[in-house]
Design a protein around this ligand. Structure first.
Ligand SMILES: O=C(O)c1cccc(C(=O)CC[C@H]2O[C@@H](n3cnc4c(=O)[nH]cnc43)[C@H](O)[C@@H]2O)c1
Length: 227
């Protein structure tokens, strides 16, 4: 969706996080002058909660906003998204929304004719933030961000996802849900993931959540300078 209602300083920006730790990292990083411009809400873990909570907030306040951002930590697909780096979505894909079949593999809801599993990020905001992060020498990659209801935890699933979506850069559990809500209110949307772990065989001990939250804060500081 084009940023038709996003006309710079006159609109506020809604940031949706899954958990309190992500909200805190963002709030602590927002420069003082930007604090009135941003609202940071917790929408819970998973696409259903994220869609419902974001829509509930927008039902009361959508006129205030010109942009919605799904932000938080996420899993990164090698080699594009190492731990500590930032991924910005060019599109948000509900990667497990479809049907598994014995003979044709996974079929998306789009192919089944039941709806859409891909939503576009606001291109202009995404490019602006990507350029600003690059200029600040923060490692950033723009690619597809997958939304899953189950975190990927095996080499087989990782390979299958990459075969279906070769430019997958990161995985989270909320982006598509936040985007569905933003679309409902005709608002542009983007997604930012600070990488805490590599997508692959589950190894919770290797998750670097404090590093990712620090990156999330650094990215927020830059984002607030340009949006
Ligand atoms: O335990 C903590 O201190 C803590 C702090 C911040 C966030 C968390 C979470 O567990 C948030 C869950 C959140 O993480 C996203 N995420 C992270 N890695 C992945 C992944 O590999 N695949 C899918 N989602 C991932 C996700 O968006 C969850 O909402 C804990």
């Amino acid at each position: 969706m084009e940023a038709s209602r996003y006309t710079g300083a006159s609109y506020r920006i809604l940031i949706a996080t899954a958990v309190q730790a992500e909200r805190n990292a963002i709030l602590q990083a927002l420069p003082y002058h930007a604090r009135e411009r941003y609202e940071v809400i917790i929408v819970g873990v998973g696409p259903a909660s994220a869609a419902a909570e974001t829509a509930a907030h927008l039902a009361l306040h959508s006129d205030e906003y010109g942009l919605v951002i799904s932000a938080g930590i996420g899993g990164g697909f090698a080699p594009h998204a190492p731990i500590g780096s930032i991924v910005l979505a060019d599109q948000m894909i509900a990667a497990d929304l479809g049907s598994e079949t014995p003979d044709q593999g996974f079929i998306t809801v789009d192919e089944l004719g039941f709806g859409h599993s891909t939503l576009q990020s606001d291109r202009s905001s995404t490019q602006t933030v990507a350029a600003a992060l690059q200029a600040a020498t923060i490692p950033v990659h723009v690619g597809s961000v997958l939304t899953v209801s189950t975190t990927t935890g095996s080499a087989e699933t990782t390979t299958a996802l990459l075969q279906r979506i070769p430019n997958a850069a990161a995985e989270g559990m909320e982006g598509f849900g936040v985007a569905v809500a933003a679309n409902l209110f005709d608002l542009p949307v983007m997604e930012l993931r600070a990488i805490s772990n590599t997508v692959g065989p589950r190894d919770r001990d290797s998750w670097r959540i404090p590093d990712a939250l620090k990156s999330l804060g650094q990215a927020t500081r830059i984002l607030a300078e340009v949006l």
